[in-house]
Write a protein that binds this ligand. Sequence first.
Ligand code: HEC
Length: 183
Amino acid sequence: MDSFEFNKIAGAVLGTLLFVMGLGIFSDALFHHAPPKMAGYNLPSAEAEGAAAATPAAAAVPLPELLAKADPKKGEALTKPCSACHTFEKGGPNKVGPNLYGVVNRPTASVAGFAYSDSLKGKGGQWSFENIDHFITNPKGYASGTKMAYGGEKDAARRADIIDYLRTLSDSPAPLPAPAKAP
Ligand code: HEC
C-alpha cells in the first residue's frame, strides 16, 4: 500500500468519525430535554391517598346507631355463610360451631357440650352487641386462638343487620342500645 492509498483510507475513516460526531452533536441540539427537577415519576402522593382512606374511618357510625337502622330480615340472609357451622333455632345441635340461639348477652363460651378453644374460654364476659361486632369483624383479631375459621364481615352495616337478627333469636330479645344523643 503506498502512502497515497493510506491517506485515502485514513481520510475516509476520519471523515466518517467526524460525520458521526457531528450527527451526535446535531441530534443533541435537536432533541435537547431539560433534566427533570426531581428524579423519578410523578405518582399520586401517598399522603393524599392516606387522607382519602382515613375519611370513612373517621366518619364511622357508632354501633347503636347502625343497630337502630338495622334490618333483621337482611341479617338472616347474611347469616347464610354462618349456617355452614352454626344452627340458629332453639335447642339446635352444635355443628362445627356452637348453637347460636340466644347468643346475645350469653356468657362467652358457655354452650354445654361444645369444645371451645382455650382462647375463647379465656375471654370471659358475655356476648354483648359490641363484643359480637368485634368478633365477627375479625375473629382472630378478637380471640387470636379461636377455632372459628371465618374471615370476618368488614361491612359495619351488614354486621349490624346480622347482630340485629341474632338478637331476635331469644325468648325475650335484649333491648337495643340507645344511640348517643346529639349534644
Ligand atoms: C367455618 C365455621 C364457622 C363459620 C363460617 C362461622 N362460625 Fe362462628 N364459630 C365457629 C366455631 C368453631 C366457634 C367456636 C370458636 C372457639 O371455640 O374458639 C364459633 C363461635 C361463635 C360465637 C361464640 C359463641 C359462644 O357460644 O361463645 C359466635 C357469636 C359466632 N361464632 C358467630 C358467628 C357468626 C355470626 C357467623 C357468620 C357471620 C359465624 N359465627 C360463622 C365456627 C364458625
